[in-house]
Each structure stands twice: as C-alpha cells, then as structure tokens.
Design a protein around this ligand. Structure first.
Ligand code: NA7
Length: 297
C-alpha cells in the first residue's frame, strides 16, 4: 500500500521501518528534518507526504501535534482539499484525547476520508520487532483495509468500538500501569526502609498473587537502577493528564490517579522527565530517606 508515515520518534521510526520491510511504498515526514527511514521516500511537509497516499499514519507526541499536522499550514487537510487521494484512511497511533479524536475524524469525513484511532502498547521493543498490540477505534471496513499494515507493525489488534474508543482504551490501560507501578514502588520503599531485602521481596511477589506483568517487566530495571527510558516519564505524565481530562469530561472521579499525577509533577520538577517513568520511585526513596546500595546519599 502507499503509506505516508508522519512522525519518526522512537515508536514511529521503528513502525515505518517495518512497513518498508513488508514492502509497502512508504513516504515519511518528520517535524525536525534529518530523520530518515532506509527504503522510504521523504517529504518536506505533511501535505506533500499525503498527496496520493492510500493511508496516512501518524505517530507523534500529543493532541496539539496531531491537530497541527492534520489541519495546520501545509497539513494533511491541504492535500485532501486537492482531491488527490480518494478513499484515504488516516490512522493515528499517537496517544491523544479521545474527544479531540472524534472532532478530527468529523472534520476529515467531509473530504470522504475515514479515520481510525490506533494507539498501541508494546513499547520500543515491540515497535522494533513488530509485535505491537493495537487498540483500535473506527469503522470496521476501514480497519479491515488497514490489516496488512497492522500485520507489518504488530501481532494483534483489538477493535474497541467506533472512533475514539481506541484512545479511551489506551488511557484506561496506561492508568492501570501507572497505578500498578506506583503500588510496587511504594511497597518496595516501605519494605526497604523497614530492612527487607529487595531481591527477597521480589522473589515473594513473583511467587504470589501480587505478581503482575508490569512488575515482572519493570523490576529487573529498577533493581539494576537502570532508568534509561523504555517509556519516558514525560509521556506517561501526558497520558495521566489525558486520562484525568477525559474523566473530567465524563464526570468520573479518579482519586488515586490524581494523587499519582502529583508525583509525576514533582518528578518533572526534579528534571526526571526524560528518564523512564520508573524513576518516580526515586522520589519516594528520597522522601523516606532510603539509602540505595551503591548510590550516593
Ligand atoms: P518520541 O520519541 O518523543 O517522538 C515524538 C514524535 O512526535 C517526534 O517525531 C516529534 O518530532 C513529533 N512531534 C512532537 N511534537 C510535534 C509537533 N508539534 N508537530 C509535529 N511533530 C511533533 O515519542 P514516541 O515515538 O515514543 O511516542 C509517540 C506516540 O506514541 C506518543 O503519543 C506516545 O504516547 C505513544 P521531532 O523529531 O521532535 O521534531
């Protein structure tokens, strides 16, 4: 398929590379020039990339970035107005606001374009080896047409409902990751302060119903004190804020997430935003006066 891929960050670069490997005809665009994908064409603007494409796939930071790429100067909408791409589908793998997604979809529908929200999970490892899991919102026929592209980038797709439901699901998923990790971080901090060995605690967690996929994945990094970003704190913080905003719109109270958001706020003030979100643990340790072996006080 002819695909315009917009946004070559950690996730987007790997996803576009997998589309090329699967022999799709890919043209890429990135805000900061100089990022390339071997085997893909390169376009100077989103509009130029979208011209003649069957599918425009986005993977950028946030709601404002998606809006600008679609509707800003030299955005995708400009190419739609020229009518060069009948039956185009816009697919968005960024994690953004569900209600904004619905508005974006309504706006492009006027040009006969289908819109699919397709955020994903699997982090940079899943993006690199094509094993992402997509949670998708949109028209079934459009999703069906996208299947060869999903297959090139991921291992599973879950259709969660109509437009916006992929994003809503993603926020509900990341809300859980943030809270589960916070539970682990608080348990580890308390147990360590009370003199329990962290390796022993972990062995017990693994043997009991307290075990979780989040802790299985994160604990080895935490015990090595490796906070290089698999999922940067700034992006988890963004998703927490998106979940809180969506909750407010829907009149849902999320008291635990509100408290955890304050920790992310403080971690950001401490300059941890580009570390992994697991670095939120270091704040708890600091407040508790927990001295970690091998680290300076
Ligand atoms: P990264 O690695 O931080 O990459 C972000 C990408 O978004 C990168 O290509 C940025 O371009 C692009 N970006 C950010 N702001 C804008 C604006 N305003 N306009 C155009 N492009 C922009 O993020 P990931 O790849 O890890 O994650 C991407 C999404 O998937 C995100 O929503 C996650 O929550 C899930 P740059 O190179 O900085 O010019």
């Amino acid at each position: 398929m002819r695909v315009a891929f917009l946004g070559l960050g950690i996730m987007g670069h790997a996803m576009a590379t997998n589309l090329v490997t699967a022999r799709h005809e890919v043209t890429v665009w990135n805000r900061t020039p100089g990022k390339l994908v071997e085997g893909a064409g390169i376009a100077p603007t989103p509009a130029a990339a979208a011209r003649g494409a069957e599918v425009v796939w986005l993977c950028v930071s946030d709601t404002a970035a998606v809006e600008k790429i679609l509707f800003g100067p030299e955005g995708v909408e400009q190419s739609l107005a020229e009518g060069s791409s009948p039956n185009m589908i816009i697919a968005d793998s960024s994690t953004i606001s569900p209600s904004a997604t619905v508005k974006f979809a309504e706006r492009v529908r006027g040009n006969g374009v289908a819109y699919v929200d397709a955020p994903m999970t699997g982090s940079k490892i899943g993006a690199a080896n094509g094993t992402l899991i997509f949670m998708v919102g949109g028209d079934e026929a459009a999703i069906e047409r996208l299947k060869p592209l999903f297959a090139a980038m991921g291992k599973k797709i879950f259709r969660m409902g109509d437009i916006g439901k992929g994003q809503a699901t993603k926020l509900a998923m990341n809300l859980q990751i943030a809270l589960i990790f916070e539970g682990f971080a608080e348990a580890l901090t308390l147990a360590t302060k009370l003199g329990v060995d962290s390796q022993q605690l972990l062995a017990l967690i693994e043997a009991t119903m307290v075990r979780s996929g989040v802790v299985d994945y994160k604990a080895p990094f935490v015990l090595r004190r490796d906070f290089t970003p698999n999922f940067p704190l700034r992006l988890m913080h963004k998703d927490i804020l998106l979940a809180l905003a969506a909750a407010k719109e829907a009149r849902v109270k999320l008291p635990a997430l509100e408290t955890v958001e304050e920790i992310y706020e403080l971690a950001t003030e401490e300059g941890h935003e580009d570390l992994d979100y697991a670095a939120t643990l270091t704040l708890l340790e600091k407040w508790a006066g927990v001295q970690v072996k091998g680290e300076a006080a």
